[in-house]
Design a protein around this ligand. Sequence first.
Ligand SMILES: C[S@@+](CC[C@H](N)C(=O)[O-])C[C@H]1O[C@@H](n2cnc3c(N)ncnc32)[C@H](O)[C@@H]1O
Length: 331
Amino acid sequence: MLDDTPLILGKASSSGTCRTICSCASTNRPWVDATPWLHVAALGEQDVDLAMRRTRWHRIDKTGAPVIDSTHDDRILDQFTRQAQVFNTAGAITNAQALAMIVGAGTVGPDDTVLDVACGGGLVACAFAPFVAHATGIDVTPAMLERAAHHAAELGLRNVTWRQGNVARLPFPDASFSVVVTRFSLHHFEDPLAAVREMVRVCRAGGRLVIVDMYASEDPAKAREWNRLEKLRDPSHVRCLTLTELRAAFPELGLPEPAVAFYDLRDTVTALLARSFPNPGDDRLIRSMFADAIGDDRLGLEITRDGSEIRYAYPVAILSTSKPGAAATGS
Ligand SMILES: C[S@@+](CC[C@H](N)C(=O)[O-])C[C@H]1O[C@@H](n2cnc3c(N)ncnc32)[C@H](O)[C@@H]1O
């Protein structure tokens, strides 16, 4: 049973259930171009974070009715509204050394303007901010942008801006930024090459492009199995590319060969599942897929047993290059 109690995004009503239309533009959110979403929650508890994580999110049509066909954008919104809090505080994601490597790949200076595409909770944009004139983060998920604004406020950053938008059509004129970066996003895009093309468009000639993502085994069977596991763990996952595919995107878009640096995203399977929202029952299957892979390397990943725990290492590549043309005036 749903009631019509108005609910501001992020604040649960005390009633057991609620129904509201959240218009981010009308609730003074720290981002613009927001779309109204129908927020249908069956809360049943007072814990706001938990309630948010259990909430299903849907687009609304012109009449205000929920659009409940599950498009890829719906899955992204649903997953990252749930993940917003836990993703931004996970040690494997906040890893300062990894963030420093990414900022290093940007070779930034005090006049640079940075765009962080699919910025999520703003960790990458905020890592750049102290070294540049301005950092902008754009993401499609309002709850992630809320985390980003919170994180920037905690750090006391004043040179950051958050925008809601889709990488498919970045709402910026050509050559708007001197550095364009994205982390852990390509594997969520249905058309990663088109997304990188948009990133190149909004980057100035001579500016820097930095792409960071996990990459799959060059063995197609192992790559397929890891992508199957990741899709079970996060239904908004599309596909981790191989390192060869990531590298090939650069010349395909007329860019110079990228420099590549590497690190591992290391964690336990328990911690991974604690920040994941698979469909009911799939967590057991995921755990057994990890366990089986210790013996036969079917995922193409470093996986080890540590007592009752399973540890994994996801390989991550930082690919960076400069956009051909005149030197960026910002660098
Ligand atoms: C795994 S999170 C990574 C967040 C951040 N880049 C980081 O590394 O901390 C992926 C993010 O991509 C965003 N996203 C997915 N598809 C998108 C799209 N088409 N346009 C903009 N953002 C998108 C999600 O909302 C989510 O915040």
